[in-house]
Design a protein around this ligand. Structure first.
Ligand code: NAP
Length: 304
């Protein structure tokens, strides 16, 4: 089993920041990432509220800069899905399909993934018109009609991005007010390609082999409507990516930590969106990652 000083699980803003801090302390550190480095931020078309980029920056470009900076300090990144984390007498054992790794300190920065709607037709038509990532799948829907479900920052940002490709973007929201921040809301409400369907929920996603339409229900009148669309982007919030975690204190599925990012288990830290907290932004993930990196470094120095 390969041994490291620190293993980081997850390569989003928190994991890459923690990795940069630990690598800069000249410790042997491995970051394991299941998909592409950058996490959800790398799937965001534009990021306008990360300081230092007054005119905004594309999510993939920003996260590329994070990765390049961390790798400059010799952070080792491997693409691998973590399936288990065990506390053993030899250290923390991080299990992946390709093998296991050992380290005295582990930082969990596995983040969040998209929540499914849970309506009939959704699972059957996933990848056949039903998507959870506009920047990934949006280009398939050029000059087509699409719908975005949700009223938060992610949904409205995705609707704005899709408006650059699709002919019409329906925004289907269960209330009569959006949750997204004011600036994004103003842009969306002024965009002629966006059509808002407030007070509506999706009851069923319909199509044979490929998406044809959505069955919507008006939450005020109870009236039902069939809305023909070629694509639907579900953006109704996130759930913790914590399938491999056991033995830690969780609240609503998220890991509880103290201000130093320590969980209740010595040597296991958590940082970023996977933590139980109220604000989930790239900026707050970076703060968590820096603290976790410094805590990890201090724990190792104290044990020597
Ligand atoms: P979110 O803020 O939790 O919004 C989820 C949206 O989906 C809400 O409008 C919610 O409706 C709706 N919803 C939830 N469950 C639903 C269901 N079963 N059926 C229909 N609609 C449902 O999630 P998010 O937009 O993914 O954002 C997650 C976090 O990341 C937030 O803290 C957000 O601020 C942050 N974020 C920030 C930025 C940015 O700052 N640029 C960008 C993206 C994300 P209600 O409004 O009725 O609850």
């Amino acid at each position: 089993m390969e041994r490291y000083d620190v293993i980081i699980i997850g390569g989003g803003p928190a994991g890459l920041t923690a990795g940069m801090y630990v690598a800069r302390a000249r410790l042997k550190v491995l970051l394991l990432e299941a998909a592409v480095p950058g996490g959800n931020a790398a799937l965001t078309d534009r990021i306008e509220n990360y300081p230092g980029f007054p005119f905004g920056i594309s999510g993939p470009d920003l996260m590329d800069q994070f990765r390049i900076q961390a790798e400059r300090f010799d952070l080792q990144i491997k693409m691998s899905q973590v399936t288990g984390l065990e506390v053993t007498t030899a250290g923390k054992k991080v299990v992946t399909p390709e093998g296991a790794y050992l380290a005295p300190v582990v930082i969990i920065a596995s983040g969040v993934r998209r929540q499914e709607l849970g309506v009939p037709g959704e699972a059957e038509l996933a990848g056949r018109g039903v998507s959870y990532c506009a920047t990934c799948d949006g280009p398939f829907f050029e000059e087509r009609k699409v719908a975005v479900i949700g009223g938060g920052d992610s949904a409205i940002e995705e609707a704005l991005y899709l408006s650059t490709l699709a002919s019409t973007v329906y925004v289907i929201h269960r209330r009569d007010q959006l949750r997204a921040n004011r600036t994004t809301q103003e842009k969306a409400l002024a965009n002629p390609k966006l059509q808002f369907k407030f007070n509506r929920v999706v009851e069923r996603i319909m199509g044979e082999g490929k998406l044809n339409s959505l069955l919507l229900k008006d939450t005020v009148t109870g009236e039902k409507e069939e809305l023909p669309v070629d694509g639907v982007f579900v953006s109704i919030g996130m759930k913790p990516a914590a399938d491999f975690i056991s033995g830690l204190t969780l609240r609503n599925g998220y890991i509880v930590t103290d201000e130093e990012m320590k969980t209740g288990v010595p040597g296991i830290l958590a940082a970023g969106d996977i933590r139980y907290k109220t604000v989930r932004q790239v900026a707050t993930a970076v703060g968590d990652g820096a603290i976790a990196g410094l805590t990890a470094t201090r724990l190792l120095e104290e044990s020597r």
